[in-house]
Design a protein around this ligand. Structure first.
Ligand SMILES: Cc1cc2nc3c(=O)[nH]c(=O)nc-3n(C[C@H](O)[C@H](O)[C@H](O)COP(=O)(O)OP(=O)(O)OC[C@H]3O[C@@H](n4cnc5c(N)ncnc54)[C@H](O)[C@@H]3O)c2cc1C
Length: 440
């Protein structure tokens, strides 16, 4: 049973509902947020700040899911989502498992053919431009919303405001980037094209194995994404929010409420927000909410730098599809995507493909962990998240599918959905993030 003291301290209201199977009291709060990743935590803070009683429920500790292992880049500058490869040479390299940018489990492909077809269609240049424009209002608030939350949460020491650096080894690769640079100019997104020496003036530890670079100056990087989510959770608790352990799969209707079983007992609320990242369909499927959410798995591993080698901002080796991100634990090397079942055993073969290039670029020393970490980016085929009320389900809200940008967009999503839920004018048009785009 949820303790009365906890509920009073946590602003949630407790009462007994006749007919509860165990006959015991059922706690009640205004909103239950399921999933304490960066998205759910940010939503919980925004709702609590608006005076609602909020319980944030996770089966594990806050930030220990996908939000633990990202590259730590708050990309206010993002323009195009990573698309389906249009270059046949690259596609063949992926098919023959030679590319460091993508891997796949053959057994999984038949299951995601429709998703891949939709992803391919959404990767046409005209669609990518449309996606960039639809996502812009959300992205343009990404850094500001993080900064506001971090200031409240005392999390600013985790931020570095030095942008991020994308490196290109060939003239062909930088030429292919030009449409993105042109669109950046139209959208007013700051970037500075650099030659090799200029880039090395920013990051002297990079070896001169590339020809071009672009410094996206507006990005902020995070030195410890787990600690950041934990700091936002502490802010939520300080606002009177309740953090509970529980299994989201127990979500069911207990009319007129939604009910979740937690370690502290059953909890009811009029509204529930699904912020379960790659696990969202585990809960939505049984409720009859069918959405084309797939995962693009990704790995990271930390390495100690050799000698005095250091990086002061994340670096993307564009043609080789990995990021070197300076973290408290060491240099975090993150991989591109892997199409495989979410829960299939790890197959971190991309490290074998990318490490020679990474070691050529930067003096990586010994790995910190025995094994790479595996995460799963929750992705819709059009690369847009769903931030919306579920249709035909009263009080059910969705904040899922943030793909490559969940860290970036968590706090902006928190504000948007909190504004929608409390009837305030949303800071941007939520229509592009509706779930009905898949059912129309
Ligand atoms: C290698 C890699 C690099 C990335 N780099 C970046 C980057 O630089 N910038 C960026 O913006 N994004 C990046 N991303 C993407 C980003 O990490 C994700 O989009 C984001 O973490 C998703 O957050 P979330 O809160 O939706 O999901 P999660 O963090 O996965 O949170 C979901 C939560 O739900 C909980 N949960 C699941 N099932 C249950 C259940 N049954 N009951 C209770 N709780 C449950 C989990 O424990 C978890 O805490 C990267 C991702 C990867 C894999």
């Amino acid at each position: 049973m949820v303790s009365q003291a906890g509920l009073v301290g946590g602003r949630a209201r407790a009462h007994t509902i006749a007919g509860n199977r165990s006959g015991g009291p059922v706690a009640h709060t205004d909103v239950i947020v399921l999933g304490a990743g960066i998205v759910g935590t940010s939503i919980a803070v925004h709702l609590a700040k608006r005076g609602l009683g909020v319980a944030l429920v996770d089966r594990a500790g806050p930030g220990e899911g996908t939000s633990y292992g990202n590259s730590g880049i708050i990309e206010g500058n993002t323009i195009f989502p990573p698309g389906f490869p249009s270059d046949w040479v690259e596609l063949l390299r992926i098919a023959f498992k030679r590319s460091p940018r993508a891997n796949y489990h053959l057994s999984h492909l038949p299951r995601i053919v429709p998703w891949l077809a939709a992803f391919r269609a959404a990767s046409r240049p005209s669609h990518l431009i449309e996606t960039a424009q639809l996502m812009r209002p959300l992205f343009s608030r990404a850094v500001a919303e993080h900064e506001a939350l971090a200031a409240e949460a005392g999390a600013e020491p985790y931020f570095a405001r030095r942008g991020w650096l994308k490196l290109y080894r060939t003239d062909r690769a930088i030429a292919a980037l030009m449409p993105e640079i042109d669109l950046a100019a139209l959208l007013g997104i700051a970037n500075v094209p650099l030659d090799r020496d200029e880039a090395r003036a920013l990051e002297p530890a990079l070896a001169p194995v590339f020809r071009h670079a672009v410094h996206w100056t507006g990005a902020v990087s995070v030195s410890n994404p787990l600690a950041l989510t934990r700091a936002y959770t502490a802010r939520f608790a300080a606002l009177g929010g309740l953090l509970l352990t529980g299994n989201a799969r127990t979500l069911h209707r207990a009319n007129p409420y939604w009910r979740v079983e937690t370690a502290a007992g059953p909890l009811d609320a009029g509204d529930v927000v699904i912020a379960l990242g790659p696990w969202a369909n585990d809960v939505l499927g049984p409720l009859g909410v069918k959405l084309p959410l797939a995962v693009k798995r990704g790995y990271h591993r930390h390495f100690r730098p050799q000698g005095n080698a250091a990086l002061s901002r994340p670096v993307l080796d564009a043609e080789n599809g990995y990021v070197l991100a300076p973290m408290e634990q060491g240099i975090r090397v993150t991989t591109g995507v892997e199409f495989a079942a979410r829960d299939a055993p790890p197959t971190p073969v991309q490290f074998d493909r990318l490490l020679p290039s990474a070691r050529e670029l930067f003096a990586l020393g010994e790995p910190v962990e025995a094994q790479p970490w595996l995460g799963a980016r929750p992705c819709f085929p059009d690369s847009r998240p769903v931030i919306a009320r579920a249709s035909r389900q009263r009080g059910l809200w969705l904040a899922i599918g943030h793909a490559h940008w969940g860290l970036t967009l968590g706090p902006a999503t928190g504000r948007l959905i909190a504004e929608m839920m409390t009837g305030t004018t949303p800071f941007c048009d939520p229509k592009p993030f509706g779930a009905d785009r898949f059912t129309r």
